[in-house]
Design a protein around this ligand. Structure first.
Ligand SMILES: Nc1ncnc2c1ncn2[C@@H]1O[C@H](COP(=O)(O)OP(=O)(O)OP(=O)(O)O)[C@@H](O)[C@H]1O
Length: 314
């Protein structure tokens, strides 16, 4: 009784039980013939974190995820779960959404979700309840009896994610879960991933939608040609890429190209974006600009995630 009163005074609900664990990848390598698709990568997906996995086409994201799930064997390296090599039993508690998807097009939606829930260890009643809850969450309750192939692609995608999360996974490994979704479905997918992370699951998802990655992720890992070329929080990546300065003047600003002590990223009419070797050089730049006419603005610009990505994955 007393405990209950104390809880209501603080207004803080007890934290949800943590269900997660930590995924660690070390030295992971996979070759196809003479092409090295994944080249000595290291990364972690801690419990409760949303980790975005980004990289251009062919960077090695799907290959890495397939090795995490045991669909492909690594040529070298280790995949560890809670400090020990990952086992098939661990993987049964991972939810996976493969790039090639992989549900049964001719089977009714609800029946196959229940079947997949049972394969992942749920009893029949719990599998049915979870499947129905997930279909309701995605506004698909009325479509449970329909064949998967009769749903739109976006709705099939929602069923795919339902299949990945039905048995309360410790870790979610999702290959492009947002591709092909309309903005409402993107929001419910994002909310679902955040709910799982809040309950302690680690979530690793690949995406080409950098705005979404920036909005959702605690951390991200950038792959290029099979190697990790950047990793950290969005803030860390943006600030480590180097601050730029934007100059806006009343006349053509292309004279900045003649200054040997800065690097020019962009010039367009009266506006220029430059990088200074030394932040103190901003005074020097201002004097140069003022000597040539009116100055409207000299400000610092932190690069967007898309700009960082273009730089590291060039
Ligand atoms: N089964 C395979 N046989 C031969 N090469 C493969 C195979 N699977 C992947 N590759 C090659 O490995 C490299 C990495 O591919 P992967 O699918 O992992 O990249 P990705 O980052 O997921 O790309 P995307 O964003 O286009 O899905 C590519 O060069 C690809 O052609």
């Amino acid at each position: 009784m007393r405990g209950g009163l104390e809880r209501s005074w603080t207004g803080t609900p007890p934290p949800p039980p943590s269900i997660g664990g930590m995924l660690e990848i070390r030295g992971l390598t996979r070759r196809f013939g003479d092409r090295t698709a994944v080249d000595d990568i290291a990364m972690t997906v801690p419990s409760g974190e949303l980790v975005g996995f980004v990289g251009g086409n062919g960077a090695g994201k799907s290959t890495t995820m397939r090795m995490v799930m045991g669909v492909l064997e690594p040529d070298a390296g280790q995949i560890r779960w809670n400090g020990a090599p990952v086992t098939p039993a661990d993987r049964r508690r991972f939810g996976y959404m493969p790039e090639e998807r992989g549900l049964y097009p001719k089977q009714p939606v609800l029946a196959q979700l229940v079947y997949l829930g049972r394969l992942q260890g749920l009893d029949a009643g719990r599998a049915r309840r979870s499947a129905q809850e997930l279909l309701e969450r995605f506004d698909l309750a009325a479509r449970g009896g329909d064949k998967l192939e009769s749903l739109s692609l976006g709705n099939q995608q929602r069923v795919q994610i339902a299949a990945a999360v039905i048995a309360d996974p410790r870790l979610l490994v999702l290959d492009e879960p947002f591709s092909g979704l309309d903005p409402t479905a993107v929001d419910s997918m994002a909310e679902l991933l955040q709910d799982h992370a809040a309950r302690g699951a680690g979530v690793l998802f690949s995406s080409h939608q950098l705005d979404l990655v920036e909005r959702l992720c605690d951390r991200l890992v950038v792959l290029h040609a099979g190697r990790v070329v950047a990793a950290g929080t969005v803030e860390e990546l943006r600030t480590s890429a180097g601050v730029r300065h934007r100059l806006r003047t009343g006349s053509d600003a292309s004279w900045v190209r003649g200054l040997g002590w800065l690097q020019v990223d962009d010039v367009h009419e009266g506006s220029a974006v430059v990088r200074l070797a030394d932040p103190e050089d901003s005074d020097r730049l201002l004097r140069e600009a003022a000597g040539r006419g009116r100055v409207y603005e000299l400000s610092t610009v932190v690069p967007t995630l898309a700009e960082v990505f273009r730089e590291v994955a060039a």
